[in-house]
Design a protein around this ligand. Structure first.
Ligand code: UT7
Length: 330
């Protein structure tokens, strides 16, 4: 699905939870046969964060949500809906969002989680926008939270070099932008390639449960390099925008080579692209909001800027959203 809708909805705040423990490439090279030079050259990743035993996908989501609220003038009771995307849930229910809503005091909110892996944050954002556009909500908290280290096979060098833990949260608000202009969204999926990247939650095919992420890296790489360009172009067209109208490109942090090739083919400057994978790795649905948090903290986010956010991964799914940032400067 793809479309654009005139709107004054904008993102008004961002928060993050970044675990303290740093896992470097050199440390991984003591666990599997790899080395820092290979990982940096093939992925751009130098280190990633790993959640401590006392941290969970829910506690990281709560920390990010609290920080987003602290950085806004919005009271928790004003939140109408909490949507959390994750690929590493700890349980089927209650949802992470239910526990976040309770913790932050969003007692008037509905709450749900979405499972769309690395495209999940864009899917969650699109659903938040849709609920506001439909008139059912005014303020929506959208979170991406992951503890991928707990579903990583630390003996598989094809995947364990990639992933990291963390969470990011944004607040969407109706009426935040000073004028009405198109918000544009595309959500897509190719389920025929679903098992190129997957993680089981319950036993399948009579086999014991394999809790780890499994990936055909080359197939996902080919999919990602194509869809990142095609989807961005379609979303720009849908909104009536060109590359020049975009202030900041915020791609899912899968692999620096995927991002660089996409950005180059779009004719977009790397200087207007946010990169955090060198320090956080691929944090699945947390990667886009962690980029927004990084951009905010480093003063790159200014009110009125248009952001083009592109998520892609397991499904194989993709989600691209074009929306304005209207938060306070850092
Ligand atoms: O969030 C979305 C989900 N994931 C992605 O977007 C990931 C997409 N895929 C990728 O980023 C890349 O495919 C990888 C980083 C996973 C792999 O990089 P690649 O350049 O596609 O490497 P490759 O799989 O084609 O392997 C090339 C060689 C192989 O050796 P031979 O067969 O040429 O002798 C691999 O066995 O590199 C070897 N290799 C490694 N060597 C050192 C694979 N992993 C490693 C490693 N260290 N960690």
């Amino acid at each position: 699905m793809i479309g654009a809708t005139p709107s004054d909805i904008a993102i008004v705040a961002v928060g993050a939870a970044i675990p303290e423990r740093v896992l470097t490439n050199d440390e991984i090279s003591q666990m599997v046969e790899t080395d820092d030079a290979w990982i940096v050259e093939r992925t751009g990743i130098r280190e990633r964060r790993i959640a401590a035993d006392h941290e969970s996908v829910t506690s990281l989501a709560i920390t990010a949500a609290r920080q987003a609220l602290d950085r806004s003038d919005i009271a928790p009771a004003e939140i109408d809906l909490v949507i959390t995307s994750t690929a590493s849930p700890e349980r089927s229910f209650p949802s992470i969002s239910a526990l976040v809503a309770d913790d932050v005091g969003a007692h008037s909110a509905g709450a749900l989680d979405v499972l769309v892996a690395c495209a999940g944050f864009a899917y969650a954002l699109a659903h938040g926008i849709a609920q506001i556009q439909a008139g059912f909500a005014t303020t929506v908290m959208v979170i991406g939270s992951e503890v991928l280290s707990r579903i990583t096979d630390w003996e598989d060098r094809g995947t364990c070099i990639l992933f990291g833990d963390g969470a990011g949260a944004v607040i969407l608000r109706k009426g935040a932008a000073p004028s009405v202009e198109p918000i544009a969204v595309e959500l897509g999926v190719d389920g025929s390639k679903g098992f190129d990247l997957y993680g089981d939650l319950t036993p399948r095919d009579g086999q014991p449960l394999d809790k780890c992420i499994r990936m055909n890296g080359n197939a996902v790489y080919r999919f990602a390099t194509q869809v990142i360009v095609d989807s961005a172009k379609r979303v720009l067209d849908a909104g009536g925008y060109t590359q020049d109208d975009i202030d900041l490109l915020v791609p899912h942090q899968a692999n620096l080579r995927i991002i660089e090739s996409g950005v180059q083919r779009l004719g977009f400057p790397m200087e207007r692209t946010v990169i955090t994978l060198d320090r956080y790795g691929n944090t699945s649905s947390a990667s886009i909001p962690l980029c927004l948090d990084h951009a905010w903290r480093t003063g790159r986010l200014q009110p009125g800027q248009r952001l083009l956010m592109m998520g892609l991964g397991g499904g194989l799914a993709w989600g691209t959203c074009l929306i304005r940032w209207m938060g306070d400067p850092a």
